[in-house]
Design a protein around this ligand. Structure first.
Ligand SMILES: [Zn+2]
Length: 130
């Protein structure tokens, strides 16, 4: 976090008090979707100017994803014949090389994002206590 100048997100308040932490946040909620809303609000990542569109960063290393033709994933996904049969839109992480495609989980993920975005601007009284 310090080496990459990133914010630390944790519910461990003692960890946040460590002198090496320059920018940190402790979500109040224990619910993952509400925590996401808290972080979007805290770092002003709401609206058109703030956040990057979904499905553009690697879940493992956070580098940008790049569209790649199917021909380039035939070898790395050779152990996934059903994936290669049913999917045609692939992206590769520019950092670690991990390959992504809109698999069966994409509808659940899209629904979760819609719920987060629908309520992210909701008035939160606790925001005024800081
Ligand atoms: Zn990656």
């Amino acid at each position: 976090m310090a080496a990459e100048d990133r914010a630390l997100l944790t519910r461990d308040r003692r960890l946040l008090m460590h002198s090496i932490v320059r920018l940190g946040y402790c979500p109040r909620s224990t619910d993952a979707e509400e925590q996401t809303r808290e972080v979007l609000r805290r770092f002003r990542l709401t609206g058109d100017s703030g956040h990057s569109p979904p499905y553009t960063r690697c879940l493992r290393c956070n580098a940008l994803l790049q569209s790649v033709p199917k021909s380039e994933v035939l070898d790395p996904l050779s152990a996934e014949p059903l994936t290669l049969h049913y999917y045609h839109d692939f992206r590769r992480c520019t950092g670690c090389g991990r390959i992504y495609w809109p698999g069966t989980h994409i509808e659940k993920l899209a629904a979760r994002l819609a719920r987060v975005q629908a309520n992210v601007l909701r008035y939160e009284p606790e925001d005024h206590l800081e």
